[in-house]
Design a protein around this ligand. Sequence first.
Ligand code: UD1
Ligand code: PEP
Length: 428
Amino acid sequence: MEKLKIAGGHPLKGTIKVSGAKNSAVALIPATILAETPVTIEGLPDISDVHTLKALLEEIGGNVSFDNGEMTVDPSQMISMPLPNGRVKKLRASYYLMGAMLGRFKKAVIGLPGGCHLGPRPIDQHIKGFEALGAKITNEQGAIYLRADELRGARIYLDVVSVGATINIMLAAVRAKGRTIIENAAKEPEIIDVATLLTNMGAKIKGAGTDVIRIDGVDTLQGCQHTIIPDRIEAGTFMILAAAVGDGVLIDNVIPHHLESLIAKLREMGVRVVTRDDQVYIERSKEYKPIDVKTLVYPGFPTDLQQPFTVLLTQAVGTSIVTDTIYPARFKHIDELRRMNANIKVEGSSAIVNSPSLLQGAKVKATDLRAGAALVIAGLLAEGITEITGLEHIDRGYSDLVEKLNGLGATIWREKMSTTEMEQLKNS
Ligand SMILES: CC(=O)N[C@H]1[C@@H](OP(=O)(O)OP(=O)(O)OC[C@H]2O[C@@H](n3ccc(=O)[nH]c3=O)[C@H](O)[C@@H]2O)O[C@H](CO)[C@@H](O)[C@@H]1O
Ligand SMILES: C=C(OP(=O)(O)O)C(=O)O
């Protein structure tokens, strides 16, 4: 087990490259199950979620190679093996195995997903969608059993705008008989990316990226080659980090259009942001203005950037309010930031940030992926040494983070934890 150490308080400068999108990768990889012949995905991030999904595809008989960001999946020998426990609990997106296996085999047994603990994360809209397509679904001892004699297209209205439910229903519907219409669909760029892969495989999908998606089911899907989109959340994390400690940082491999809400909020705070075709240049400000931020579904401000952004707000002069409307309890990072001398209190679904605070290095714990990203930014801002445990969360979503930040001149490294430290962590 390792911990992350950061010697903070130094400005960063240079170029940092964004990897492929985690939230696309974790849907694109299960989508390969739907094909009859090999599918190649290029530009995948080297993160634990990708490795876990690779192992899950192998468990059901997939022949998978993964090297230098390129994964080739031969799904021809896959069978509908039950995946009730173990690896499925390591990530949220194992729920996409439900849609993909239902689409290909018309049956699946999958354990309930894991992922970040952000308060309740129901999957009732996924289930509602599968049932509308004709599947019978039961929940037995923590695993979901899905079975259909045949899948038939249906009109499905989502009661909540859900990324996972939109993609999952799409995965099952591409091999259903007839037309499926998903109304009140989520519009995230990752949904368009998955629809692009499926279309290249031979699926008939219209409207991905809008709130009405039409899918005409087909009998078979074939292999193809696909390049993943850049990770807008990793890019956003680097933009916030650059706004906090950057003396001129160029973020490379970004689609600025995917980050308009963040760019607007950074500018509102007084940060200099220059956008180019696939790059964003950022310089920290001499005096940051306090602002209010509310997370919303895309294209609103992403909940996944709420935690890192809160750290930047500790440098503003005045009071800022951050409200998370997607995950109202996504504030576990606040206790850790307080250990670093931040003056933040949580009231309901809002964090009230009184600032500026001179952050101090401390021993802190990443409770989830973006809490980890927030602590890294805090560590880079803070005076002294910050020690972060809970790296398994950060490793789910950030590829080569230490190397990338060292490339900007940061002093950040991983260290093995002693047995005593591991014991202390287990009991904390
Ligand atoms: C692997 C992946 O892509 N994860 C992202 C995905 O998670 P995920 O797909 O799990 O998030 P959703 O978009 O489904 O959730 C949005 C909201 O809808 C609620 N909900 C969702 C499904 C459902 O069946 N019932 C229900 O009530 C959730 O509790 C939440 O309040 O989108 C989230 C919101 O942008 C991001 O934070 C996650 O990084
Ligand atoms: C919440 C996140 O991930 P997941 O849905 O995979 O837990 C995230 O990426 O911030």
